[in-house]
Design a protein around this ligand. Sequence first.
Ligand code: NAP
Length: 303
Amino acid sequence: MEDLIIIGAGPAGLTSGLYSARARLNAILFEKLMPGGQILSTDSIENYPGFPDGLSGFELVDRMKRQAEKFGLMIRNSEITGLEFHPEKKIVFTSDETLETGALIISSGAVPRKLGVNGEEKLTGKGVSYCATCDGPFYRDQEVAVVGGGDTAVEEALFLTRFASKVYIIHRRDELRATKLLQERALAEEKIAPVWDSVVTQIVGETGVEGIDLLNVKTNEKTHLPVQGIFVYIGFYANNQLVKGLLELDKAGFIITNNEMETSVPGVFAAGDIRAKLLRQVSTAVGDGATAAFAAEKYLNSM
Ligand code: NAP
C-alpha cells in the first residue's frame, strides 16, 4: 500500500510531490499526459515571485518537476479511471492497475470553458483554439479574435500581437476584468481592438474559420467580423469527474476544503485550481500543494 497518491501534475501536484518526497513518504504522482497543467500554455509568467524577468510555463514546470524528482518523487503517466474511499484506505483505479493508498491529494485542475456556439466544435483545431502559445504562430499577418475579458484573454491577446496583424478582443461588457496592468498594456497596443458589449453567436467557415457573427448585447445589432482565427478564453470549469458524488463540491463544481486542504472525506485533500477559492494562480497553487502534503503527512501519522 502507498502512503500517498497525488492526482494531477500541475504546480499544485508537483509541490505536493516535492514536500511529500522530502517527508520521505512513499508517494506517487499521476499525470495523464505530461506534467504542467494549464501553465504549459502560458508563454510568460511574470507574477511568480523570484523570477523578475518572467519565465515560460514550460520552463517553470520543468524546474518544479526536476526539483521534486531530485528528492525521489515517483511520477507515472497513467490515467486514473476511478476512486473508492474507505475509512482505512483509498483505492485508485488506473487504466492498467489498482492501487491502495493511505491518503490522496486531488490536484487535477481546471479545463477551458467552451463558447457552445455553432461552428465551434467543427472548427476546433481549424481556426478555433484555446491555446495562443501553441497556435499563435500560424496566424502571422492575419486577423484574429480573442473572446473574454479576464487575465487569460488579455495576456494571450498581447501574445498574439507578435504574429497577427490585428487582434480583436470580444468582450460581453464594456470593461475588462483583467488586472489593471494588463488592461493598460492591451489598450495601449495599436494592434489590439476591443469590441465591447458583444458576444459570439456563430463561428463561420467550412474547412477553416472565415469569420464570426457577433451580437451587441446592448443594441441587439448583429455584425460579422472576418477573422481567420478565434481564441476562446472565457474561464475554466473544475476537472472534477473523478470526485463528483464522492466529495463535497461548490455550486460551480470546485472541491470545498478547509484551510488545511481537507475535503469532506478524511484522508482526501485537494490543492490548486480544482479547489473552491478566491484566486487561481501559480503562487496560490504551490501554497495549496505544500499545505496538502503536510496535512496528508499529519493524517498518515495519526492513523
Ligand atoms: P476569468 O477571470 O473567469 O475571466 C473569464 C472572462 O470570460 C470574463 O471576462 C468573463 O466576462 C468572460 N466570460 C465568461 N463566460 C463567458 C461567456 N459565456 N461568453 C462570453 N464571455 C464570457 O478567467 P481567466 O481569465 O481564464 O482567469 C482564470 C483565473 O486565472 C483568474 O483567477 C485569473 O486571475 C487567473 N489568471 C492569472 C493570470 C496572471 O496572473 N498572469 C493569467 C491568467 C489567468 P465577465 O468579465 O463579464 O464575467
